[in-house]
Design a protein around this ligand. Structure first.
Ligand code: GLV
Length: 331
């Protein structure tokens, strides 16, 4: 029996590619070239499945160019690189990697919050530049984490993980805003109180963003929202580029309308708005919230397992859509 053909669109752990080769004819990308939409379409033309990482856009044009494609397994919990409606209508299964990265990403969100509030990047740059010649009472004085008010926008699994860390580990008062309210049991476990978005922005000492990117979450934080925040507040984005209006944040940081920001994701990444590169009161990291070796392996394993289970007829393990039955795919 011939094996299904898959594209592994980016470089991943070589042993996981080898595991896939036991099940599939694999076209991989060990050089880790970023494929243009045209290159991706050409490589997908004869493929039954694909392993993607979030940098490959799966839309109607791509689906039209890939008539055999039946599943795309994203190695990410977020899947805003998928046009889910187009995939569903075309009968193409999409999958993501939830759960396996929750705690690691919550750890990072908390680390970025602490680095931001306690001015770690700014002070490290100062030290490395040889500017540390004497101690002074207000040198890099930041804001407290313990006992402060943590505002979380987006209270899915990762938001809840951050809430638990804040409430149980640091005695923070946790408020949150989400599309839907958590159950009373989950609110109690996270020690979190539901509030409106405006109340959260006005009250929180630290605002952490963990919402999925959708057209309705685009620019959740722009100039108007920044104007509501306390001048002493910090803003942390570990969600997606586009949730924050990067230019507006750069201006707010420069004009000290908020104290500091910690950003792991950017509009148009890997490009970063030049205004953010020129202000000192921001911690910038290159989209690494889930980047520990065990978690990145677990994500890659889960994406691979989704492909294997699907082609063995067991169904995708972590589907993001229910493809229209009968939408004919070739092969
Ligand atoms: C990373 O950003 C992810 O969505 O997993």
């Amino acid at each position: 029996m011939t094996k299904p053909r898959i594209l592994v669109a980016r470089a991943i752990f070589p042993d996981i590619v080898e595991r896939l080769r036991a099940h599939f004819e694999v076209d991989d990308n060990p050089e880790d070239t970023i494929l243009t939409p045209a290159q991706l379409a050409a490589r997908m033309a004869d493929k039954d499945g694909a392993f993607t990482t979030g940098s490959e856009r799966i839309d109607a044009n791509l689906l039209a160019a890939a008539p055999r494609l039946k599943i795309v397994a994203n190695m990410a919990v977020g899947y805003n690189n998928f046009d889910v409606d187009a995939m569903t209508a075309a009968g193409v299964q999409g999958t993501n990697t939830p759960d396996v990265l929750t705690e690691t990403t919550a750890d990072f969100g908390f680390a970025l919050l602490m680095a931001t509030a306690r001015r770690m990047a700014e002070s490290e740059h100062f030290l490395r530049a040889g500017k540390w010649t004497k101690w002074s009472y207000d040198m890099f004085a930041g804001s407290d984490i313990h006992g402060s008010t943590l505002g979380i926008i987006g209270m899915g699994r990762i938001g809840q993980g951050i809430a638990r860390r804040g409430a149980h580990g640091f005695g923070m008062k946790v408020i949150y805003h989400n599309r839907s309210r958590l159950s009373a049991a989950l609110e109690a476990e996270c020690k979190a109180t539901y509030v409106g978005k405006e109340a959260l922005l006005r009250t929180a000492d630290h605002v952490v963003l963990v919402v999925p990117y959708t057209p309705s979450s685009h620019h959740t934080i722009g100039a108007a929202e920044l104007a509501l925040m306390k001048p002493t507040a910090t803003l942390v984005n570990i969600a997606r580029g586009g949730i924050v209006h990067d230019e507006a944040v750069a201006v707010a940081l420069r004009e000290r309308r908020i104290a500091a920001a910690g950003l792991d994701v950017f509009e148009g990444e890997p490009q970063v708005h030049p205004g953010l590169l020129n202000v000192p009161n921001v911690v910038l990291t290159p989209h690494i919230a889930s980047a520990t070796v065990p978690t990145r392996r677990a994500m890659a394993d889960l994406a691979a397992d989704n492909l294997i289970a699907f082609f063995e007829g067991r169904g995708a393990l972590t589907p993001v859509n229910t493809p229209v039955a009968g939408a004919a795919r070739a092969g």
